[in-house]
Ligand binder design. Structure first.
Ligand code: GLN
Length: 190
């Protein structure tokens, strides 16, 4: 199995480290030709969604990537990656791929609380969660499963082949979210 990790901006190295821990093959997506490499799954990392969108447009990758996910490529979007996937952003006009039926509020915790660490339930397990200038989800569509709620706010969800977290699972010691994603793709044993 091979996972492509978008590597134009943000915390992609930490996702590589997680997949290394799990013994999963991966490669960096930096330019359009990388999208021709066969992949079983895709990771859209955290970082800065506006910068990431601009780079994807400038590099000529936005539409292809969007189409690949729309066609069913299993995708994990963390933080800025979740913002890229969202159908609607509640506090800015421009949304991005609009593929996942969730509304997302950027920088939703305000400046002071934008970065924090907590331990909470994801799916069926307690895991550590690192939030950095984090968004949260304020609406989910009918076929979206809520996987995690922190202080009344939805911070992880799944719709079919798309998994999104407001926090950074790759910045903690737990590989559980990545294992969950691999199992979603049909590999792994959770
Ligand atoms: N605040 C960032 C954004 O709006 C996301 C933060 C993150 O990915 N850690 O893109």
């Amino acid at each position: 199995m091979t996972i492509g990790i978008l590597a134009v901006q943000g915390a992609f190295v930490e996702h590589q480290n997680m997949l290394n821990k799990l013994g999963v093959n991966h490669f960096e997506i930096r330019q359009p030709k990388d999208l021709l490499i066969p992949m079983d799954g895709l990771i859209l990392p955290g970082g800065e969604s506006t910068a990431m969108r601009k780079l994807l447009d400038d590099l000529g990758m936005f539409s292809t990537l969007k189409e690949m996910i729309a066609q069913g490529l299993p995708t994990l979007g963390t933080c800025a990656g979740m913002i890229l996937l969202a159908k609607h952003l509640t506090n800015q006009e421009q949304s991005h791929m609009q593929l996942m039926d969730i509304d997302v509020k950027r920088n939703a915790y305000g400046r002071q609380l934008g970065s924090f660490f907590t331990t909470n339930t994801f799916a069926d397990r307690m895991i550590p969660m690192t939030f950095i200038r984090a968004p949260f989800i304020n609406r989910v569509g009918q076929d979206v499963n809520i996987l995690s709620t922190v202080d009344g706010h939805i911070v992880a969800a799944r719709q079919k082949h798309m998994l999104a977290t407001a926090f950074h699972p790759e910045l903690t010691g737990s590989t559980y979210v990545h294992e969950y994603f691999l199992q979603m793709i049909g590999h792994g044993s959770i």
